[in-house]
Each structure stands twice: as structure tokens, then as C-alpha cells.
Design a protein. Structure first.
Length: 167
């Protein structure tokens, strides 16, 4: 089933198209997986990546349309690098972050996996000792490249205590 990419659509399940994802994988990761006949798998990766973005990032403002399925577009007027972000668009950085997360899923990342926190982790270096409690951010999957891509558009990741100050 093909991904649905409609800006503000009630049935949208992706920000990026399959073609955009395949182009991203080729240009950024030098991976030409377009001819493998796995379009359904790549579309599933895009859907999961969109869900990850909408679940774990805190976006400023509110959704543009009441019935839209995805978190973008936003009603909040943002300014990035001195330029306003039109409120009826999906910024390229959001699409790129989705493609990056989808590619990491393609490589084996499991962003929604239940993580067994196990016992507390303790690190000691000389006289400095740090202990991490189970279930902390240290035990969560991280997509650092995607984090950097969306940094100008987000208020941080939910549950991680990060807050971006907007002026």
C-alpha cells in the first residue's frame, strides 16, 4: 500500500514520498535500494519513521488543521535562519529527518522496541561516580542526525528534558 503524503491530510501516513526516501538513501548513504523490489518494506519504514517523529519530538504550536493525521504542518509561525516557515508546508528538514530515521530502521534500528532497562548502570572515573536509573534516556534509541536536522523546528524530545527556547 503506497504511503499517503497530503499536507494536512486526515489520511496522511508520511511526510516524505517513497521517491524522496529512495533519493535520500542514494545521495546521503550511497545506497541504491530502489531496484530491490522492496517498496512495501520501504513504505513501512517511512510510516514508522513518521510515527517516531510525531511521538518523540515536541513541536511548537498546534497542528494546522483539526483533522490532520500527522504533526506537521504547524499553526505556529516559525522563523528559521531568518526566514519564515510557511504554515502550509512540511519543511525539508522534517522530511530529511524522517528519511534518516527510516534508513536507520532499514539498517536494523527498532525505535519502538521495549527496552529492558535491567539493573542500574554505574560508572566511576577516579573520584567521580555516576549512576543511571533504569528507564532513563540513556536506555532509549537515539537518532542523532535526525535530532540535528529538526533542532530549529522542535522544542526537544519528549521525556528527555530538552527544551528549545523560542523568541
Amino acid at each position: 500500500m503506497a504511503v499517503t503524503v497530503t499536507v494536512g491530510g486526515a489520511g496522511s501516513d508520511s511526510y516524505a514520498t517513497l521517491a524522496e526516501y529512495q533519493t535520500y538513501a542514494l545521495e546521503i548513504h550511497n545506497d541504491a535500494f530502489t531496484g530491490h523490489g522492496h517498496d512495501a518494506q520501504h513504505e513501512a519504514e517511512l510510516r514508522m519513521a513518521a510515527r517516531y517523529l510525531d511521538t518523540f519530538y515536541k513541536w511548537p504550536g498546534s497542528t494546522r488543521y483539526q483533522a490532520q493525521a500527522r504533526a506537521w504542518p504547524r499553526l505556529q509561525e516559525l522563523v528559521v535562519d531568518g526566514w519564515p516557515v510557511p504554515i502550509d508546508t512540511i519543511p525539508q528538514a522534517i522530511k530529511d529527518a524522517q528519511c534518516e530515521i527510516a534508513y536507520q530502521i532499514h539498517q536494523g534500528a527498532t525505535p519502538f522496541a521495549t527496552i529492558d532497562a535491567g539493573a542500574a548502570i554505574r560508572e566511576k572515573v577516579d573520584v567521580i561516580e555516576v549512576e543511571y536509573a533504569p528507564g532513563t534516556a540513556r536506555n532509549r534509541p537515539a537518532f542523532q542526525a535526525a535530532d540535528r536536522m529538526v533542532a530549529d523546528y522542535t522544542m526537544g524530545k519528549s521525556g528527555l528534558g530538552l527544551v528549545k527556547v523560542l523568541r
